[in-house]
Structure formats: C-alpha cells, structure tokens
Design a protein around this ligand. Structure first.
Ligand code: ME8
Length: 682
C-alpha cells in the first residue's frame, strides 16, 4: 500500500431526509479516527464530510413537512453538524451541496463535459424508481419492482441528457486491474469487476424540472437539473477546489473515500469515469465498509430498525461508543450492534484493562511518592520487555492503521496495556509502598515504567477516544500536545493526578444477567486459575486433520482474530454439528505443533475421561468475550503450558462450568455444560 505523507479523507455526504443514525455515525467516526491516527504519525490531513441536499428524496421529505426544500435542508444539515460535534468529530470542512460555490463548481463540470461532446440528449423510456432516483431497464426489475428498494416503479417517457459512460468501460477495467488497492477490500474490487463484465450503459445525468426542480440547473439546458448523484459526487472535489496542504501540494485527489458498501457502484463506476472524462486525477482508494446490522437485518431508515446513537452516547459516553464502533467492526465486514456487546466491551476492555492500570498507578503514587515520577533507565528484564513491548506496539499499530486493520490495531494497544497490568501484578509495588523511604527508589522505577508504557498506550488510543485519553494523559501529568510515541519522550515534570476512574464498570441489572461483581466467587491471588485466559470463539471451518484420525482442524473466529486449532472431537461430533457453534477456548495456551498442524489454543469440552465429549456452551456471549471468575485475580500468562492449565481443574456444577465450585462467567452469564455434576471439563 502506498504510504502518503498526506491524508485527504472523505465520508459520503448524507441525505438530509432524516436524522443521523449509527450507520452514518460509524462512517464518520471511522474517518475521524483515521485522520487522527495520520495526524499522530505526523502527516498533513484534510477531513471532509457534509450533506447531500438536492434530489427527489429531499424534495419529498420537505413536502411532507410542509416546508421549502431549502428550509428542510437547513434544519437537517444543522442536525448532522450537531451530531458530529457531539461525537467529537474533528472535520476540516462540512460541505452542503446547496452551497453556492458547490453549485457553480458542478455547473462548470457540466459545461466542460458538454463542450467535450461527452453529453448527448435522447428521448428515453424506462422504469423510474422514485426511491432510488433512477431508471431501471425492464430486465433489471425484480417482480416488476425496483430491484434495490423493492418499491413500485413507474414507466416514464422523457427527453434527458446522457453522459457517455460506456466509452470509459475498457479504461475503467484497466485502471481497477492496474491499481489493486483502488477498491478495498479485495472482494469488493472483484464485485465491481464482475459488474463491469456486462456492457456498461451511458448514464442519465439530468432530470426535467417539470418532474423535479430541486437540483442544480444544467448550464446548457435550463429546463433540467443535474441527476443528484453527479451533483453529489463532485462535492469531494469542489470542497477542496484551490486548497493546498501546508507544503503547497493540492489537496485533491482524495487519498481515501470512505463509504458503505451500499454506494460502491456510484463511487467505483460513475465517479472515476466522470473524473477521467474531465481529465482530473482520480482518488487513490475507495474503502467500502460493511453494515451495522440489528440481528441479521441492515439498519436502515426505510426499515426503521435503527439504533439511536444519542441514546447510547448519553448512557455510556461518547468515547465508549466510539471505541465500540471501531473495535467491534472489522473494516469491510458487517457487524451486529447490541447494547449487551457494547456493555461487554466497556467492562472488559475499558474498565478492566484500560482504566485499571491508571487508577492503580495513581493510587500507589499517592501513597508512596511525592506525586511526581523520576524517569529512570530500564534495568531489569521485565522493564526492558516493557520498553520493547511499547516500542513494538507503536510500529504495529501504525502499520495496521495504514492497512485499515483498526480493530486489530486496538487489540495491539490493549495487549500493551494488559502487559502493564501484569507487570504491576508481578512487581507488587503495593508492597514497596509499605516499605517507606527504603522502597521509594524501587517504587518510583516500577511506577515510572508502568506509567511510561501506559502513556504510549493512551497516546495510541487517543485517536479513538480523544476526550478520555486526554483525561488519562493529564492524570499522568502529561497531555497529548507534548507527548511523543517514543519511550522516554515525556519527563514527568508535572505532578500526577488523583483518583481518576476513567471507565466505571457498568452494572447489568436485568434479572437473568450475570452477577458481575459478586464477591463470593473469588480465588486468591497466585491461584493457578488466575494464569488462564478463556475466550469465546465461533467455529468457522471444520476439516479433517491430514495426519491424525482423531483430530479435526478447526478455523475459529475470536471477534477480531482468526485462529487454527486442532481438536480431538472426531469420534464425538460431526463437522455439521460443530460448524457455526460457539465454544470456549484456552486463549493463552502455548501454540503446539500437532502432527504437522499448528494448534493455537484448545477447545474446552465436558466429558468423563475416555468417554463422550461435548464442547461447553458460552450461552449468549459473543466471540472475543472473556470468560472469567468474577472478582478473582486475572493475570493470564503468555504461552501457558498444558501442565499449568491442568493445575486449575474445571468441573461441571449445576450444568455450569466451575472452578472450585464457583461458576465461570462471561458478561452474559455462565458457561453451560450438559453433563452430571463433577464431570471434568478439559
Ligand atoms: O447514500 N451501517 O446518503 P445516505 C453502516 N447521499 N453504515 C451505514 C449504514 C449501516 N447500516 N447505513 C448508512 C447517501 N450507513 C448519499 C451519498 S456521497 C457522494 C452521496 C452510512 O444518507 C454508509 O456510509 O443514505 C452509507 O454509505 C451512507 O451512510 C449512506 O448515507
């Protein structure tokens, strides 16, 4: 992938026919997070968003509320602006297609295309869909209806203007093939190439004012307005017309157009051919992300099943919502939005991992030091490992951001933060704090290393959660404006803050919800179970092991990560019984080569020694969720050995998986096992 030292990113401009929902919010947060990361990497950035205000949808929405389209657009454009303010979106420009400068720009483009002979007029008869604002050919209809929205179409005969898009087909195929990263992800490029195997039609780029007057008047045909998509696409160029980056380089072309997969064809076919027609440079990348689903259905205004981002924001805070959106969706794939999953992320990632390290450091510093840390060199192995871990995290996170693997980048930061929490467990600085003056230098060294690693972790999370990470960095006596991503970049000359609880744990109150914070189930510190990391996974593929009769090779998904594991389940279950099933795996088990296949973890199943085995069932928990013993120490050991795992024997109690009689829990509840009490789980 090219590595521009400049980053011009756009979101789609949203229709002003309705309120912003979580889908719009996602695209805009994604663009914002990418922009902030590119800034952090020292690049010049420009971030454009805005509203699409012409066309039939807007005209109809205005008619419905009995106001002029302009008044309607004014009102809704404000709603989008307000939404982005609430989501802490730092765009550089908000374009509205009713801006006079944009209208003049679009008219200039039409004049150019007309002068070049690339537009012709023709009497046309076709099936017109109001909802999609376009004509369909007879053979494109499904059951006589609009193939996209499923709504009725009407036969219309009228004169219109057409752009000679068909003459750019061969060129476009060549461009997409020669630039494999023009359309991302890969499978979307293939979809577009598939579409281009059919002859490309010319594009109807006008609407007669007699039918629709709310649009940009065509300079060469005053009784017509521009087709709203042509008007809309040129926002990306008109918004930065004449603008340059500080180095003097023109802002156009865009480095990334971010969009949902619903509008890929307009961006991958109409847009490049229009630009080519006027000899303008093309955008470097189109990134089509997936959909947020509610259950299995796309969230959409037409079906009404939309998550209201503002309710979620009020309840859980803007940064937790931003974090969830970026962490939960693998860019390109669909993801499901549930409040439970959001709470799960807040409790496990934010409260447990991110917030915990900071509050420990602050508490300890407050008891044992004069609230100020002294930078010291890393002497012990653990300290050196922390320095290395933080340095590696910076490289891997920025690399993953470049290749748009944001959810994975976040996971890398969390690994770093978890390693700080483990370091604190190992070093037990609370003991040093009790030693008074004698332990002070050691305590300072431990806290300095932990704080410095956290400072780098927080700086890396800043693009995702700007407000919370500013709070966290300020508590460390620093601030994003004077931090660097290099170890030792901050001298801790300011005092540490006090008593910060970044992400309070969310208590789940529903009657069937798990007792998240019950005190009874605790295992003592140093207990073998504290070293074990269990996670929920889903089985995505089942294959026979090439060299072992008893084993399956399973491909499992863990939310943001895929792994291969071998499981001795062949005589117990068929592939069909396993496929798609949610299971629990030992996540931190040392990878082992089992007869030529690397197994990265182990699946948990209940059953008597030598008897029938059945994988345990994580209930409602989702892939990637942690399974823990509430209120017990959690200090998973990397590369746990089987011997170490066996020291924490699990058994079935009341059809639940338990350790020392206490049920293991995800945030959704216990892990289930249909076997008699006392059956071992291994
Ligand atoms: O299409 N999941 O505007 P629009 C994820 N005006 N993202 C979603 C989503 C979902 N369920 N629903 C919507 C238009 N989006 C045109 C664009 S650009 C020149 C003109 C996001 O208001 C996603 O980015 O219908 C999608 O492409 C966009 O909102 C559509 O917004």
């Amino acid at each position: 992938m090219s590595q521009p030292s400049r980053f011009y990113v756009t979101t789609p401009i949203y229709y002003v026919n309705d309120q912003p929902h979580i889908g719009h919010t996602y695209t805009t947060v994604l663009a914002d997070v990418l922009t902030r990361f590119h800034k952090l990497a020292g690049e010049a950035t420009f971030f454009l968003t805005g509203t699409d205000e012409h066309g039939q949808k807007v005209q109809q929405a205005a008619d419905k509320s009995g106001v002029s389209p302009q008044a309607h657009a004014d009102k809704y454009a404000e709603r989008f602006k307000d939404a982005w303010k609430q989501m802490n979106i730092g765009y550089d420009k908000f374009i509205r297609t009713t801006d006079p400068a944009h209208i003049a720009f679009v008219q200039g483009i039409f004049t150019k295309l007309w002068d070049k002979g690339l537009i012709y007029e023709e009497e046309y008869e076709g099936w017109y869909s109001t909802s999609e604002e376009r004509f369909f050919a007879e053979d494109e209809l499904v059951d006589g209806k609009d193939p996209i929205s499923g709504r009725p179409v009407e036969k219309i005969r009228e004169k219109n203007y057409f752009f000679k898009m068909s003459s750019f087909q061969a060129w476009l195929i060549g461009h997409i093939e020669a630039n494999p990263d023009f359309i991302l992800p890969d499978f979307r490029r293939n979809e577009v190439l598939g579409f281009l195997r059919q002859p490309l039609k010319d594009l109807c780029i006008s609407r007669p004012k007699s039918r629709l007057s709310w649009g940009v008047t065509l300079p060469f045909a005053p009784d017509f307005v521009a087709y709203v998509w042509v008007d809309a696409l040129f926002n990306y160029q008109s918004a930065v017309d004449g603008k340059t980056f500080p180095g003097g380089e023109a802002v156009w072309p865009a480095d990334y157009h971010i969009l949902g997969k619903d509008i890929l064809t307009t961006h991958a076919v109409y847009w490049p051919t229009l630009l080519k027609a006027i000899d303008a440079p093309l955008p470097k990348h189109l990134l089509a992300h997936g959909w947020w689903l509610m259950g299995n259905a796309r969230m959409s205004k037409t079906t009404g099943n939309v998550v209201d981002p503002w309710g979620m924001k009020e309840k859980y805070g803007v940064d937790a919502l931003r974090y969830f959106l970026i962490r939960e969706m693998v860019v390109g794939q669909d993801a499901s939005f549930t409040e439970t999953a959001l709470i799960g992320r807040i409790n496990s990632d934010l409260a447990n991992d991110v917030g915990n390290g900071l509050s420990r450091i602050l508490k300890l510093a407050a008891t044992g030091l004069e609230s100020r840390l002294q930078p010291v060199a890393a002497e012990g192995d653990e300290e050196k490992a922390l320095v290395q871990g933080a340095t590696d995290a910076v490289t891997s996170v920025l690399d993953k951001v470049k290749s748009l693997k944001l959810s994975f980048a976040i996971e890398d930061v969390l690994q770093l933060i978890r390693s700080v929490n483990r370091y604190l467990e190992v070093k037990a600085p609370w003991k040093l704090a009790k030693e008074g003056d004698a332990g002070k230098a050691k305590l300072n060294a431990v806290l300095y290393h932990a704080a410095e690693a956290l400072r780098i972790g927080f700086s890396l999370l800043h693009p995702v959660m700007p407000a919370k990470m500013e709070e966290a960095l300020t508590a460390l006596g620093t601030a994003p404006s004077h931090t660097g991503l290099r170890w030792g970049a901050w001298d801790y000359s300011l005092p540490l803050g006090q008593g910060v609880n970044l992400f309070p744990r969310i208590q789940v109150e529903a009657s069937d919800a798990p007792p998240v914070a019950k005190k009874s189930a605790a295992a003592p510190a140093g207990d073998p179970f504290s070293l074990v990391h269990l996670k929920v996974a889903v089985i995505n593929e089942v294959a026979d092991h090439p060299n072992a009769d008893a084993l399956y090779v399973l491909k499992i998904g863990l939310g943001t990560e895929a792994r291969t594991i071998c499981a001795g389940l062949k005589k117990h279950l068929t592939p069909a019984e396993l496929l798609g099933r949610k299971v629990v795996v030992v996540y931190n088990l040392k990878a082992a080569n089992l007869r030529g296949v690397e197994s990265q973890g182990m699946l948990l199943a209940a059953g008597p020694e030598g008897g029938k085995l059945s994988p345990v069932d994580p209930g409602e928990a989702v892939p990637g969720d942690d399974i823990k013993l509430p209120d017990s120490p959690f200090a998973p050991k990397p590369d746990l050995t089987l011997k170490e795992f066996d020291k924490a024997p699990l058994t079935v109690v009341n059809s639940q998986v338990a350790y020392k009689g206490k049920p293991l829990l995800s945030l959704q509840g216990p892990v289930l096992a249909t076997a008699p009490d006392g059956t071992p789980v291994h």
